[in-house]
Design a protein. Structure first.
Length: 126
């Protein structure tokens, strides 16, 4: 049951992050909260597939600044791939995807800082 609640919390937080990035006009637009939840699910699935494929090829992200740069580029590619599957989400080219990926990363980090102490006593990690 805890896994399901964790997935639901993740999807809601990710959808809120997508909606904030949409409102900031940072290269990504989402047509409503329902589409944002679907987009969050598709982005999570595409990210998992790409991570799995990279692991099968024996590739891993280095740590530090280079790892962060590679992770942002992979996130931008994930956004561009996800854009193809969703009618309710649009990404404005690779530059828009890159800016949106950075914004999503920063907002997710901030939300993790805020929600981490709140969710930790419940057994969740943000």
């Amino acid at each position: 049951m805890g896994v399901i609640i964790g997935i639901i919390i993740y999807l809601i937080v990710a959808a809120v992050v997508l909606m904030v990035v949409d409102r900031l006009n940072l290269g990504l637009s989402v047509a409503g909260f329902g589409n944002a939840i679907i987009a969050a699910a598709v982005i999570a699935i595409v990210t998992w597939i790409i991570s799995w494929l990279l692991a099968q090829l024996g590739l891993s992200f280095p740590s530090g600044l280079l790892g962060a740069i590679i992770a942002v580029i992979v996130s931008a590619v994930v956004l561009m791939i996800s854009d193809r599957f969703l009618a309710g989400m649009k990404v404005q080219g690779f530059t828009g995807a890159l800016v949106a990926a950075i914004a999503i990363g920063v907002l997710s980090w901030l939300i993790g800082l805020i929600l981490g102490p709140v969710l930790a006593p419940l057994g969740f990690t943000a």
